[in-house]
Design a binder for this molecule. Structure first.
Ligand SMILES: Nc1ncnc2c1ncn2[C@@H]1O[C@H](COP(=O)(O)OP(=O)(O)O)[C@@H](O)[C@H]1O
Ligand SMILES: [Mg+2]
Length: 318
């Protein structure tokens, strides 16, 4: 249904996203998760044809976004990040206008407006100016707009951003109910949002896709093992002997030394184990100096920690 192949977007010399590839099947509800500035909006704008890639391509129902952008776009309903509405139109006029832009008219248009008004629960504000609606309503009006021509795919950029807890709950329930009939992609920098709604997560960090799978798989991958980079002042054989004697080490590999002397290794601990202390004491016993010991943060772990820290900041604000 959606296939992105090596999508790359540069803003001048600044990287938006690089080499992003994924496939999304019909009926999935997928979360683009990543800290602010990761490249979620850029990816969504590429899929929806608002941006043109520097490299790569994407197919929406087999239509290339480069070769058949207008056809590709028809399959997608898009709630953009800042959700611009024409503030001086009444909600009903706005939906009527948006429906016409998307090629609906007459009875069909009327039926679709009725449907999205019910579905998104915006009946109460139908005669109000969009500009005077609360943020929660504005977001639902944006989703109603995305839905109006009944597209099979919905792309929602941070749909609950800036909403209060009750509005967040409502919007999430709405998105879940939409996923019965639509393939949904949403973006968020909040882990619990993915947890509440999505069946699959694409984790984006610094413009790269660093994980694609279920949330459970992502958490397991994050927990796995500690990776250390060490240099001992001894020969390779002695270094191997020391490491082999530590039970919490799963495996290790010899590294090329970069002119610093001694023997360097990359070490992987067993799941959930911190092995730094044990390495220290073992070397102490053997009278082998440690020249260097670095914990290597994996990109997945880095992304995860960043997301968690942003999430806790947000909770403080609320
Ligand atoms: N119009 C733009 N001009 C220059 N840089 C941009 C523009 N839009 C986004 N970027 C940069 O591209 C990167 C990805 O941004 P974005 O896709 O908006 O991330 P996210 O939606 O995950 O917060 C960021 O480093 C951002 O500063
Ligand atoms: Mg964004």
């Amino acid at each position: 249904m959606i296939e992105a192949i090596s999508l790359t977007k540069m803003y001048g010399t600044k990287k938006g996203v690089e080499n992003i590839s994924f496939k999304i099947d019909k009926g999935e509800i997928v979360g683009f998760l990543g800290p602010n500035g990761a490249g979620k909006t850029t990816t969504m704008r590429l899929l929806t044809g608002f941006l043109y890639p520097n490299d790569g391509d994407a197919y929406i129902e087999r239509n290339s976004i480069i070769e058949k952008p207008l056809i590709a776009r028809k399959y997608i309903g898009y709630l953009s990040e800042n959700n611009p509405l024409y503030e001086d139109l009444k909600v009903k006029e706005y939906l009527d206008f948006r429906g016409r832009v998307k090629g609906l008219k007459g009875k069909e248009l009327k039926n679709r407006i009725d449907y999205v008004v019910e579905k998104c629960e915006i009946r109460d504000v139908i005669s109000k100016l969009t500009g005077s609606c609360s943020k929660g309503y504005r977001q639902r009006i944006g989703i109603a707009d995305a839905l109006i021509n009944d597209p099979p795919i919905l792309i929602l950029d941070e749909p609950t951003q800036g909403l209060d807890p009750a509005q967040i709950y409502h919007t999430r329930e709405l998105i879940k109910s939409l996923s019965v009939e639509h393939t949904v992609i949403l973006s968020t920098h909040i882990l619990s949002e993915v947890e509440a709604i999505c069946s699959r997560v694409l984790l984006i960090q610094k413009g790269n896709l660093i994980f694609d799978g279920s949330l459970e798989e992502m958490k397991n991958a994050f927990k796995k093992n500690q990776v250390l980079d060490v240099t001992f002042l001894c020969d390779e054989t002695k270094g191997r002997e020391i490491l082999s004697s530590i039970k919490k080490i799963d495996r290790f590999e010899k590294l090329q030394n970069e002119g610093e002397g001694g023997s360097s290794f990359v070490i992987y601990s067993l799941e959930g184990e911190d092995i730094r202390e044990e390495i220290f004491w073992k070397c102490f016993e053997e009278r082998i100096p440690i020249l260097r010991l670095n914990e290597k943060k994996k990109s997945l772990e880095e992304a995860f920690l960043k997301i968690i820290s942003e999430e806790s900041k947000e909770e403080e604000i609320q």
